[in-house]
Design a protein around this ligand. Structure first.
Ligand code: HEC
Length: 169
């Protein structure tokens, strides 16, 4: 018969039983797991496994990068096109179809809608990347955005053409 602790409160008595063995083993097991964990993972030191949250993040980003890179539109380097006669010729045709109605067939601004693109006066800048930006995004004063209609490749070509008209910086 287990020992009683020997006091009685409102008639309630307590046995002096040891903690059940299985519970003690469970307790030792948690200590063991903690020690193993601190050896394998960073805690007191960098850990045997070399795991770190920063590394895990980088690996995940690298994996996502690999998976989605194909879906991202490739950047078009307009600077590679400004001396490319073939690209400029294609740009001339894109211009005739899409831009001439507002900027004039010679891009001289003689329609009274869009400004002259063949002079050295620029509102938004005459460097190739600035011209690309204006065409891609459009402006608040009546220049439409061409991003969805033409796409990056055609915009780069038409920008190379505009740049070639004489006013490009
Ligand atoms: C609906 C008429 C219209 C069409 C079509 C149009 N533009 Fe424009 N564009 C304008 C107007 C208006 C401006 C002046 C915008 C401003 O002052 O904000 C302008 C401005 C520009 C500028 C900036 C000029 C500067 O001085 O900085 C460029 C570059 C340009 N257009 C190129 C193009 C190209 C290339 C196309 C064809 C893909 C095109 N535009 C089609 C009306 C048009």
């Amino acid at each position: 018969m287990p020992k009683k602790i020997g006091h009685s409160i409102d008639g309630i008595e307590e046995y002096d039983n040891p903690i059940p063995r299985w519970l003690m083993w469970l307790f030792y097991l948690t200590i063991l797991i903690a020690v193993v964990y601190l050896i394998v993972y960073p805690g007191f030191w960098r850990g045997l496994s070399g795991w770190s949250s920063a590394k895990m993040y980088e690996e995940e980003v690298a994996r996502a990068e690999k998976r989605y890179a194909a879906l991202r539109p490739k950047g078009v380097d307009v600077y590679a096109l400004i001396n490319d006669q073939k690209a400029i010729e294609e740009g001339r045709q894109i211009f005739a179809r899409n831009c001439a109605p507002c900027h004039g067939a010679q891009a001289l601004g003689d329609t009274g809608i869009g400004p002259n693109l063949a002079d050295k006066e620029w509102i938004y800048g005459g460097k190739p990347d600035m011209i690309v930006k204006t065409i891609t995004e459009g402006t608040a004063n009546g220049m439409p955005s061409w991003a969805s209609q033409l796409g990056a490749a055609k915009i780069a070509k038409v920008a190379a053409f505009v740049h070639s008209l004489g006013g490009g910086e």
